[in-house]
Write a protein that binds this ligand. Structure first.
Ligand code: CA
Ligand code: CA
Length: 304
């Protein structure tokens, strides 16, 4: 099957069932999404005037793509094959932004050149860890701005959404309407300054429709772990939701009682923070694939 490219001039600012698809792709297609950074590439140097930014052009996502055969109740399995990032990364923080926003008195704009597979931040050389900040499908009802995460995906800012991972997203409307953007050359869990190493780039992925997926989504599978991802107004609520999603999987798929399921998660799982800076906060629950193997639980679309 040929590779289809979604060009970076096809941008949306909300996940919306009314967005016209840029192209249609069969299940099993390999797609290349070209993306602009979360400021739509408006910041090219550290002298850029933060106050002059056009805030209507924040968090663009490239797409959407109509996946043929995807219907409400299905899921998309999105294998992230490769993430290539641009030649420099932008970071911004300031008053009312991020965890120090109550004490910062002026905006700070930083531009860091990417040097091969490293980038130097505040004098410290860091390996690149490319990831996707915004990736989602259209919600069933009201549009969701790309800056907000939710059960449709969106601005999850979750570090495990990286090359080699498979992300599962719900299909809420015919064709799913998959879109993505907001690549980071790296980001720490929490995204505490309000941004990652913001970069334009290109993502190669393969997308497959899974009919009638009953698992709570979004979900990520890496080489070693399964993650449930959940967002909510507070970190407490996001943490509870992510944990209950994993507990529901273990109860349903392994026929464990609620008490035994949560006991197993308490003994063997890890509750983690994805981000604390978006309109909804995001947490994830990590469980090793070895645990699932011992429970004889097969991942959706993956033979046991
Ligand atoms: Ca983001
Ligand atoms: Ca970002």
């Amino acid at each position: 099957m040929s590779t289809l490219t979604v060009p970076r001039d096809q941008l949306i600012y909300a996940m919306d069932r009314a967005n016209p698809p840029v192209l249609r792709a069969p299940s099993g297609s390999t797609l290349v999404f070209q993306t602009r950074d979360c400021f739509e590439d408006q910041i090219q140097d550290a002298q850029a005037q933060f106050t002059a930014l056009d805030w209507n052009r924040i968090n663009p996502a490239t797409g959407p793509v109509h996946i043929e055969g995807a219907e409400p109740g299905d899921a998309l399995a999105i294998e992230i094959i490769d993430i290539r990032v641009g030649s420099q990364a932008v970071m911004v923080t300031g008053p009312d932004l991020g965890v120090e926003g109550d004490r910062l008195t002026e905006p700070a704009v930083r531009v860091y050149p990417i040097d091969g597979d490293h980038v130097t931040v505040s004098g410290v050389r860091l390996p690149l860890r490319p990831m996707i900040g915004v990736i989602g499908t259209a919600p069933a009802d009201e549009p969701v701005p790309n800056g907000t995460p939710g059960d449709h995906g969106g601005n999850m800012d979750t570090t495990v959404i990286r090359a080699g991972s498979t992300l599962y997203l719900p299909v809420n409307v015919d064709g799913a309407l998959l879109a993505l953007g907001d690549l980071h050359a790296g980001m720490g869990d929490g995204e505490v300054s309000v941004c990652g190493l913001e970069v334009p780039g290109e993502v190669t992925l393969r997308v497959t429709v899974l009919k009638q997926c009953r698992w709570p989504l979004p979900m990520v599978v890496t080489d070693e772990h399964l993650y449930t991802i959940a967002s909510a107004l507070t970190l407490d609520e996001a943490a509870t939701r992510a944990t209950k999603h994993m507990s529901a999987i273990v109860q349903t798929e392994a026929q464990l009682s609620r008490a035994d399921a949560i006991g197993l998660l308490s003994a063997a799982g890890n509750l983690q923070i994805s981000q604390v800076v978006d309109p909804l906060k995001t947490c994830r629950f990590e469980l090793s694939l070895d645990v699932l193997r011992q429970l004889n639980v097969a991942l959706p679309g993956v033979p046991a």
